[in-house]
Structures are given as structure tokens and as C-alpha cells.
Design a protein around this ligand. Structure first.
Ligand code: GLU
Length: 604
């Protein structure tokens, strides 16, 4: 035992030295980005990647690369997640970062643990936060842009907690890739360029404007070497001092100033809110699922996440229909299968709107969130699926619970990033991380007034703007001081029930559609026998309990017509998932990354 730990210590030290050497001499760090062939928008085929011992899948090649180097140096899956997240803060600032929140699901070879780094509402927030002076909900972007929507960030505190429990390399080392890239610069990717160009609000923030735009007002070009000295300094501080380097002192003061002093839409965050933020460890949501005569255990993130329950409900309802007897037709889900899926999604989203919220504030139906996944309850819900579309489903009554809450209207959300990792020590991570909308609240924090900084989230707009329905019945996901907004993030780990062996780690960004992107990938792999890449490549589809939404130009007209003939309103839209998944194979691992974004997988 002693020899083993000494050896591990030595390996960790070697890794540390390698990374530290790279940090002082970035030229030997070989962080030059792989070619980024991705066009500004659209679909680029990805091959899928095999590995034997470890693998990491993230939404940007530089972030994947940082995680790969950490794993190669003997780091754990959590170590790699820290390095990946710090690089994502820099290179994919539109989606996630230290100014946001995250859910991390961890498997240590035995148990699944859920680390909750979701943002919280400041102590000064109340249920009127997103109402105008007439008591009407604000227009979405009137709420988003500024300080009002900014939740107390949780990502760094959460990673620190997970690292204390599962880190193998020292915390500070894990910041070196991001610091080296922030100081030396990274090439603006096509996706970043596209999103900057498309954004109407980012340029209103003077710090963001100077960083993301050229002096003539155009977005920084693809391939421009963007340096972020302000972020590098903040990362150095967090590397040295831990999360206190961000939640207290000058960085905390800069965050609070940015939020409270916004000229037209200030927020209520205080230094005490930042200092008091706590990451939380929660019980994961796990349920059984049978596909192709095999039993699985699917684990996901509990409330305030709604993803695991909604994904579990959809899969559980489908298992009570004839869906599992319907194969792909010409490589695509057939109309009769889609009908069943879309009806199941309406039913799941009705329950989500009615019941889901922060468990520290909201009572689960029948006293237990698992009531929503009870097999007999799901069998009953599945019986509501008929040949014609129900168009809009009503929430069910799990465990015969009396409804204490009114259903919340669906609100838009976009952005976010997903990371899947398996390390060489038998651990795995599925982590979904977000600043909510693309570029969050469009507020960039610069501590010393230099170039760049980091973006603040607009996660509070994941609360229901309306606190109650027309009859005054409160909405579970209304704003309350210190509460965490309901999330759709669905980081998922799937296990072989008989052996307990990990089968896959998966997840996606995409707002409420995350639930459908993730459910599609799990179903594609378990029920249709696709590999991770093929399952991710399948066209996207889903319903948020309104229209049936299909990924644009991916389904034949006959499929669309068949769904319309069943009474559904069908809309074809771009559905930009950012799925990442790693699956177990007989020889090791196989990872897939979404062709709709810039992600890649690397491993050895
Ligand atoms: N803020 C959303 C959530 O946590 C995710 C947003 C997105 O994926 O675009 O549910």
C-alpha cells in the first residue's frame, strides 16, 4: 500500500513537473490548437475516437487537449475536469466558465456522487426579481442583459470540493494550461467568431466590446490570436488561493461592482453572497432500464436538475409502449417511433413544469423525487399515449400527491458545454457546465482594468419569471433568496446492472432540449445498438410540451407529414446540440463528439 502510494506520488510529481515545465516554457507545452476545420455553422462529420486506458471529450480541441495532458500525467478524471473547465472559460467563453455554474457527476469505481455547483439567487433577491412595475414578467433579454440575472457563481467552489475528494495532481498545476493559453493567446474559433458576430448585446459591455471586437466594431476574425491577461491573473489567484481567490478579495469586489453598478439593469449580489456560496453534494438519481434484453442502471443529476428525472421518465414511458420494437428506418427514427417519443416528452415536460425546483425549497411530490420515476406511475402515464397527439399534456399525480405548485411556463435558454472523462484509475466524470445564455449576462469582469476577463452568467433567468399562476398558486421554480434555479442539464453515467461496470458517460448543452439530446443518445446506444458517435449523429427531435420540434432538413417530408397527420404541430428548426459521450468497449473506450459543434475526444 505504502509502495503504491509512493509510486503514485512520484507519478503525480512527474506529471506536475511536466506541466510546470510547460507553464514556464509554453513553447514546449505544444498547445498549438489542432486544425479547426469547422465552418461557421453547420455539420462536420466526426470519426469517433478509440482509446485504451483513458479518454476525455470536450467542446473545444484546446480544452480536450488540456484534459488529455492531465490524464497522461496520471491525473484523475476530476483533475482533468478542472483543467478542461479553465481552458473552456478562455476558449469557449460563450458557453461556460468560472463566472457560471455546473453539475458534476462522479464515479469512483464504486459509487456515483453528484456535485452541485449551481448558481444561487443572492440573499437580496425575491420573487418579483423579473417582474416590471406593473407586475408583468419582463421580456427575456430585458432580464438577461445586465446585473439582474447574475447568480452567485458556483463552478470553482464545486470543482474545489470534487478535487479535494478525488484529485491526484495538485490543484494549482491544473490551471497551467489555461494560464499559458490566456497569456500566449489562442486562435479565435469559427464558432466563437460566429456567435460574437450574431450577438446583439455583447458589444454594449465596454470590457467585452474591447476584447471580442476589433476597433472597427467587427468581431475578431477566425484565427486571430486572442490574449486574455485579466483572466490569466484571476486564474493564477485561484490556482494559488483556491476558490477564496475568487469568492473573496479583489476578484469578488470586481464581480459585485459589475453586478450592482450596471447602469440600467443592476443586480443585488453582495460580497457576503459570494463569500457564502457553498457547493453541495447530493444523492444522484438512479433508475433501472432494460434494453435489448439487458439491464442497465442510469444515473443522473438530481434536483435542482430536472434532466435525470425527465430523461428517466421519457425512457421509462417508452419502455411501456411498442417503441422498443421499432427499429431505425434508413438510419433514422421512423414516424411511428417519433410519435411515441414526442408524446412521452410532452408528459415528462408537464411533470417537470409542475414539480421540479431546488430541493432545499421545493417539496418533492409524495415526499420523494423517485415518485416521478416509479414504474407503476410511468406505466400509467404511458397509457395516456394514443394514436393522435395530445398536443399539450397535463402533469400527473405521482404517489397520489396533492398538487402544491402551479405549472411554470417554458422559457428559452441556450449555451452551455458538456465534458465526459474516464481516467486510468477507474473513475469517470460527466459534467455539464453553463453560463446559461450565449455569453451569459454579457457582463465581462476585469479586475485590474486590463484586457479581457471572464463573463458572468445569467442563470437566474432559469427561474420562472412569474412567481405564481393566475389563481395565485405558487410556481415551484419561482425566484427566492438563496435558491438555485431549476436546470435542464443532464450529465449521465450508465452502468451495466449485473456487473456495475460503467457503460457510458454522456451529456449535452442546449437549454431544455438538453433532455432530448441526451435521451436520444442513450436510447440510440442502448436500444438501437449504435456507437457513441452514431448515436450523437442521429437527427435531433423533441417537444417541450408544445409543438413537435424536428432538426431542420434531417427528416424526410413523409415523416413530417405522418406526424402532422397525427395532429401534432411540427416545426423544423436548427437544434444545435453539443453532445459528448464516451462508451466502454471490449478493448477500452470509444468517444463521440457532436458534429454540430467543435468538440473532439482524445485518449490513450
Ligand atoms: N441554463 C440551462 C440549464 O441549466 C442550460 C442552458 C443551455 O444549455 O443552453 O438548464
Amino acid at each position: 500500500m505504502k509502495i503504491k502510494s509512493t509510486l503514485l506520488g512520484l507519478l503525480a510529481l512527474l506529471g506536475l513537473l511536466a506541466l510546470a515545465a510547460c507553464a514556464t516554457a509554453p513553447s514546449t507545452f505544444s498547445y498549438a490548437p489542432p486544425a479547426l476545420p469547422e465552418p461557421p455553422s453547420g455539420y462536420v462529420d466526426k470519426p469517433g475516437w478509440s482509446a485504451r486506458r483513458f479518454a476525455v471529450a470536450a467542446a473545444n480541441p484546446l480544452a480536450t487537449d488540456a484534459g488529455y495532458r492531465v490524464l497522461k500525467a496520471g491525473g484523475s478524471a476530476v483533475d482533468a475536469a478542472v483543467a478542461v473547465q479553465m481552458v473552456l472559460t478562455l476558449v469557449e467563453p460563450q458557453s461556460s466558465g468560472i463566472g457560471g455554474g455546473a453539475f458534476l457527476l462522479h464515479f469512483n469505481g464504486q459509487d456515483v456522487e453528484a456535485y452541485d455547483g449551481r448558481e444561487t439567487a443572492p440573499a437580496g433577491a425575491d420573487e418579483k426579481l423579473f417582474l416590471d412595475t406593473d407586475g408583468k414578467p419582463l421580456a427575456f433579454y430585458d432580464a438577461v442583459v445586465g446585473g439582474r440575472s447574475v447568480g452567485v457563481p458556483g463552478t470553482v467552489r464545486m470543482l474545489e470540493m470534487a478535487h479535494r475528494q478525488h484529485g491526484k495532481l495538485p490543484w494549482a498545476v491544473l490551471f497551467e494550461p489555461a494560464i499559458a493559453l490566456a497569456e500566449g493567446g489562442f486562435k479565435v474559433s469559427p464558432r466563437l467568431n460566429t456567435l460574437v458576430r450574431a450577438d446583439a448585446h455583447l458589444r454594449k459591455d465596454p470590457v467585452a466590446s474591447a476584447y471580442f471586437f476589433k476597433p472597427d466594431g467587427d468581431a475578431r476574425d477566425v484565427g486571430f490570436n486572442l490574449r486574455n491577461g485579466e483572466l490569466a491573473a484571476v486564474l493564477r489567484k485561484i490556482a494559488a488561493e483556491g476558490s477564496r481567490g475568487m469568492h473573496e478579495g479583489e476578484v469578488a469586489r470586481a464581480i459585485v461592482d459589475k453586478v450592482r453598478k450596471h447602469p440600467s439593469n443592476p443586480g443585488r449580489m453582495t460580497l457576503a453572497d459570494l463569500a457564502g456560496y457553498r457547493a453541495k453534494k447530493r444523492e444522484p438519481i438512479c433508475h433501472d432500464y432494460r434494453a435489448r434484453a439487458k439491464d442497465y442502471r442510469i444515473c443522473g443529476f438530481p434536483p435542482p436538475g430536472s434532466g435525470a428525472i425527465a430523461v428517466g421518465q421519457i425512457l421509462g414511458m417508452l419502455a411501456n409502449t411498442k417503441a422498443q420494437a421499432l427499429p431505425l428506418e434508413n438510419g433514422l427514427p421512423a414516424a411511428n417511433w417519433l410519435h411515441l417519443y414526442l408524446e412521452a416528452s410532452r408528459l415528462a415536460f408537464a411533470d417537470r413544469a409542475q414539480y421540479l425546483g431546488d430541493p432545499d425549497f421545493v417539496q418533492p411530490p409524495a415526499g420523494n423525487w423517485m415518485s416521478l420515476l416509479e414504474p407503476s406511475y410511468l406505466a400509467g402515464r404511458a397509457r395516456l399515449i394514443g394514436p393522435q397527439s395530445m398536443k399539450v399534456a397535463k402533469a400527473g399525480v405521482p404517489g397520489a400527491a396533492k398538487a402544491a405548485y402551479a405549472p411554470a411556463p417554458e422559457q428559452p435558454d441556450y449555451g452551455t458545454s458538456h465534458i465526459s472523462i474516464v481516467d486510468g484509475h477507474g473513475n469517470a466524470v460527466a459534467m455539464t457546465t453553463t453560463i446559461e445564455d450565449a455569453f451569459g449576462a454579457r457582463q465581462m469582469v476585469s479586475v485590474k482594468g486590463g484586457t479581457g476577463g471572464f463573463l458572468l452568467n445569467n442563470e437566474l433567468t432559469d427561474f420562472s419569471f412569474a412567481p405564481a399562476d393566475a389563481q395565485g398558486l405558487p410556481i415551484a421554480n419561482r425566484v427566492q433568496a438563496g435558491k438555485r434555479p431549476r436546470s435542464s442539464m443532464a450529465p449521465t453515467l450508465v452502468f451495466d446492472k449485473a456487473t456495475g461496470q460503467l457503460v457510458m458517460s454522456a451529456g449535452s448543452p442546449g437549454g431544455a432540449m438538453i433532455i432530448h439530446f441526451t435521451a436520444k443518445t442513450i436510447y440510440g446506444m442502448l436500444d438501437w445498438g449504435l456507437n457513441a458517435q452514431q448515436a450523437i449523429d442521429l437527427p435531433n427531435f423533441g417537444s417541450l410540451n408544445g409543438p413537435s420540434i424536428l432538426e431542420d432538413q434531417r427528416f424526410p417530408p413523409a415523416t413530417v407529414e405522418a406526424l402532422r397527420a397525427r395532429g401534432a404541430e411540427v416545426r423544423e428548426l436548427a437544434m444545435t446540440s453539443g453532445l459528448q459521450a464516451i462508451q466502454k468497449t471490449p478493448t477500452g473506450w470509444f468517444g463521440g463528439a457532436d458534429p454540430r459543434r467543435e468538440g473532439v475526444v482524445r485518449g490513450d
